[in-house]
Design a protein around this ligand. Structure first.
Ligand code: MF3
Ligand code: CO
Ligand code: CO
Length: 249
């Protein structure tokens, strides 16, 4: 591994561990009765206390430090004084920017007891992301990533959102390549050692279609079915991968 790749991995590891650490903190305060705004405050504080910036804050006019997407919200939910209730499911998506590099990660949180259907959706989404990560190494094709996710998700009767995708990340928050979470095996660009990108499938219990609300950000399922998402930032090596946003728990 050359010096540039080593350095970019080192920097992403630091930003990624701050982003993951923020989610570890969120997990400690999540319960029925707290607001998504309180989660946002905690993310802001944690990221700042670690000498980093929150990349979403003011990104293309986004007003908060993280995205909080509950129930039928697919992604880009805006933290507010909305109170979380028993039975809700919530994605929190955090991106830390430190020493010029980004780390981007999201997880699902269960608010109190949730339905069996919701549990199944969350489990399927996590499995899909991890199955795709586990195939990563130099020369794997982008279509292999998408098809691994799509096959797993559809075998469980769920659907893959097509309107949002994973992305290259580094000194820029969103860059090439585009990582689709659906597709065909043995198609598309071959990934190479040193590439850093996110895998962040958004999976719906119902139909895959989404629409964006009037706030210009909040994406929801058209049929109001539940949606889940997980995200890791990963780096490609000759014979495998590194996950930069692993939880410490
Ligand atoms: N973190 C999101 C992603 O995974 C992007 C959020 S952009 C924002 O790419 F502006 F909505 F915060
Ligand atoms: Co991302
Ligand atoms: Co993200």
């Amino acid at each position: 591994m050359n010096k540039n790749i080593k350095e970019s991995f080192e920097k992403t590891r630091i930003a990624g561990s701050i982003a993951a650490g923020a989610l570890d903190e969120v997990s400690k305060i999540i319960k029925p009765g707290i607001s998504t705004g309180e989660i946002d405050n905690l993310c802001y504080e944690f990221i700042n206390d670690h000498g980093a910036y929150s990349a979403p804050l003011f990104y293309r006019g986004f007003p908060k430090s993280c995205c909080t997407s509950a129930n039928h919200v697919v992604c880009h939910g805006i933290p507010s004084d909305k109170i979380l209730d028993e039975g809700d499911i919530l994605n929190v998506d955090v991106t830390a920017y430190k020493n010029g590099w980004h780390g981007d990660t999201s997880r699902m949180f269960e608010i109190g007891e949730i339905s069996i259907k919701a549990k199944k959706l969350i489990e399927t989404t996590y499995e899909a992301m991890m199955k795709a990560i586990k195939i990563l190494k130099e020369d794997v094709q982008l279509g292999d990533i998408g098809s691994t996710i799509q096959q797993h998700v559809e075998s469980k009767g769920c659907s893959v959102v097509q309107d949002f995708c994973g992305h290259g990340i580094g000194q820029t928050f969103h860059k090439e390549p585009t990582i689709l979470h659906y597709g065909k095996k043995e198609t598309g660009e071959k990934i190479k050692e040193g590439m850093i990108f996110t895998i962040e499938p958004m999976i719906n219990l119902g139909n895959y279609e989404t629409k964006t609300l009037n706030d210009g950000w909040t994406a929801v399922t058209k049929d109001k079915s539940l949606s889940a998402q997980f995200e890791h930032t990963v780096g490609i090596t000759k014979d495998g991968y590194e996950i930069f946003t692993q939880s410490k728990n």
